[in-house]
Write a protein that binds this ligand. Sequence first.
Ligand code: URA
Length: 233
Amino acid sequence: MRLDKLLSNLGVASRAGCRELLKAGRVQVDGQTVRDGAAQVSEKAAVLLDGTALDTRLARHLMLFKPAGVLTAAEDGRQQTVMDLLPGVYRSCGCMPVGRLDKDTTGLLVLTTDGELAHRLIAPGRHVDKVYFVRVEGTLTAEDAAAFAAGMTLGDGLRCMPAGLERLPEPDTALVTLREGKYHQIKRMLACRGKPVRYLKRLSMGPLRLDEDLGPGEWRELTAGEIQALTSA
Ligand code: URA
């Protein structure tokens, strides 16, 4: 990649600003001062700005504890999006949410620069299991669990794959496991059962669990082990 593009993708400055930094001799690549923005650099190059090493990894993978009230979108003219919760560098390097959670849904959201990985995790027919904690109005019954297990047909005729509904000790709560991601799926399935959703939180996606040390709105990069597990999910 061109050096000026790499620097601006990393959020150092605008493309023009990066060319100024280069001209001023403030950037070193593998021990040499480089002033030409068109110089090609690899991801493995040691790039220093004013003597400080930059983290040049362009592949980024994060988990975010999405809070309620925030849109799962790259950007929105009016409303706060999940990208607004992250440092600008993640936007500059092209990090995107993997799938969608509704505005009022909370919990695990993966963001990645790896479009292929994102596609593999959400492409129809290849979906990995996603587990949600749900609280409803009313009481969840064995019949609700059986209807989920059988695969439901929603009011508009949309067919859902068999899904898990594991009732928890509080009678209005359950763990729901989906293998697909249709629009408002859990809310619509439970509405069909006459049990409107009051609270929904995603706990896991395939092998990846929401880190219990994260609070709403907090995020962290995935570990190498987590990336490996997701890639082979
Ligand atoms: N099902 C829903 O209804 N909403 C979500 O955000 C995720 C799954």
